[in-house]
Design a protein around this ligand. Structure first.
Ligand SMILES: NC(=O)c1ccc[n+]([C@@H]2O[C@H](COP(=O)([O-])OP(=O)(O)OC[C@H]3O[C@@H](n4cnc5c(N)ncnc54)[C@H](OP(=O)(O)O)[C@@H]3O)[C@@H](O)[C@H]2O)c1
Length: 322
C-alpha cells in the first residue's frame, strides 16, 4: 500500500484500506472461541481493539499498568456489550520483574491463550533507564514484550494443540522503524546517553518489534509450532502516545491531516492481523492498512533478527533472579 492508497483510502488486495475500521475488517467474524491478551489495552488503539475483539465475542484480557484506566475501558465495553468477557491485569512492561509477576498471575487463571497482541508502547521520551537499567523505549516496547511472549509461549502452544486453532502473535510496530540508528540496533551502545536520540531510540524499538515477530515466525516454522507471528504499522493516529511530542505532532497533523487516521481506523490492522481468516498460515509478515507491506531492509534481515533474539535473551538472563 502506497501513499496514494493511504490518502485516498483505496482498498488493497485484502479488500481493506486505510479508511477501513476495526469493525469493518472483523465484520462477520465469530471470535467467541478465542482468548486474546492485549497489552496497553487501556487507551488509544489498544482500547478500541479490545472493544472490537470483545464485540466479536472473544474473551479479552487487558494487560495495563494503569488498572483504573483499564477498568474504565472494561466498563465502557460492558455498557455497550453486556455479554463481553473482559479481565484486567496489571503489568509494567518496563520492569522485567513486573512482566514475570504478570505472567505468573495470568497463568494462574488457567485461561487458554489463542492470541497475544503486543501493543503497549511509549514514544520519543527523554533519555531514561528502566528499573533494570535498560534504555526505556527498548525496555518497554521490545524487551518487556520479548519476555512476556516467551513466558506465555507454552500456554499458547498448549492452547493451539488442544483447540486445534492456530495461535497468533501480533506485534505493534511502526513505519518509524525505518529511521532507526545506523546498523539497525545499537547493540554496543544501547544504554549510552551520549548516543541517545529520542526519535531513533523509538524507531529502534519499533524495528525490534518487527525483528522479534520475524524470528518468532522462523522458530515456529522450524519447530512445527502452530502459531503465526506478524508485525503491523497501525497508521498515524492522535493518541496519548504523542504526549512527549504533543506540539510537534499537532503542527504536523495540521499540515498533513490527510495522512492521519481516527482511532477506529487505527485499530483496524491490529484486528485484521489478529482475527482475519485469510491470514491462516501467514507468518513473518509486516502489515500496513490491513494489507501485506514491505518493511525496511533491516526489518527483513534474518541475521539481525537472530542477533537481537540472542542479545535480548542475554539481557534477560543477566536480570533474572538467581
Ligand atoms: N498512534 C500512532 O500514530 C502510532 C503509530 C505507529 C505505531 N503505534 C504503536 O501503536 C501502539 C499503541 O499506541 P497508541 O497510539 O494506542 O498509544 P497509547 O494510547 O499511548 O497506548 C499505549 C498503551 O501502552 C501503555 N504502556 C506504556 N508504557 C507501559 C508500560 N511500561 N507497561 C504497560 N503498559 C504501558 C500505555 O499505558 P498508560 O496509559 O499508562 O501510559 C497505553 O495504555 C504502540 O506500540 C505504538 O508504538 C502508534
Amino acid at each position: 500500500m502506497g501513499l496514494v492508497d493511504l490518502v485516498t483510502g483505496r482498498r488493497g488486495p485484502s479488500g481493506f484500506g486505510s479508511s477501513s475500521t476495526a469493525e469493518d475488517v472483523t465484520n462477520g467474524i465469530d471470535a467467541s472461541n478465542l482468548t486474546i491478551l492485549i497489552t496497553g489495552g487501556a487507551s488509544g488503539i489498544g482500547a478500541e481493539a479490545s472493544r472490537v475483539l470483545a464485540m466479536r465475542g472473544a474473551r479479552v484480557v487487558i494487560a495495563a499498568r494503569n488498572l483504573t484506566a483499564a477498568s474504565e475501558v472494561k466498563n465502557a465495553i460492558l455498557a455497550e456489550y453486556p455479554k463481553a468477557r473482559i479481565e484486567c491485569l496489571k503489568i509494567d512492561l518496563s520492569s522485567l520483574s513486573s512482566v514475570r509477576s504478570f505472567a505468573a498471575e495470568f497463568l494462574a487463571t488457567k485461561l487458554p491463550l489463542n492470541i497475544l497482541i503486543n501493543n503497549a508502547g511509549i514514544m520519543m521520551i527523554p533519555y531514561e533507564l528502566s528499573p533494570d537499567g535498560i534504555e526505556m523505549q527498548f525496555a518497554t516496547n521490545h524487551l518487556g514484550h520479548f519476555l512476556l511472549t516467551n513466558l506465555l509461549l507454552d500456554k499458547m502452544k498448549e492452547t493451539a494443540k488442544e483447540s486445534g486453532i492456530q495461535g497468533r502473535i501480533v506485534n505493534l510496530s511502526s513505519i518509524a522503524h525505518i529511521a532507526s540508528y545506523s546498523g539497525g540496533i545499537q547493540f554496543s551502545h544501547l544504554n549510552d546517553k551520549a548516543w541517545y536520540s529520542d526519535t531513533r531510540a523509538y524507531s529502534q524499538s519499533k524495528l525490534a518489534n518487527i525483528l522479534h515477530a520475524k524470528e518468532l515466525a522462523m522458530r515456529f516454522k522450524a519447530e512445527g509450532v502452530d502459531i503465526t507471528a506478524n508485525a503491523v504499522h497501525p497508521g498515524f493516529i492522535m493518541t496519548p502516545l504523542m504526549r512527549h511530542t504533543f506540539y510537534i505532532m499537532r503542527v504536523l497533523k495540521f499540515f498533513s491531516s490527510f495522512l492521519w487516521k481516527n482511532v477506529p481506523q487505527g485499530a483496524a490492522t491490529t484486528c485484521y492481523a489478529a482475527l482475519h481468516p485469510s491470514l491462516k498460515d501467514v507468518t513473518g509478515q509486516y502489515f500496513v492498512d490491513s494489507n501485506k507491506s514491505n518493511c525496511s531492509a533491516y526489518g527483513r534481515d534474518p541475521e539481525l533478527a537472530h542477533k537481537l533474539w540472542t542479545f535480548s535473551q542475554e539481557l534477560i538472563d543477566k536480570h533474572s533472579p538467581s
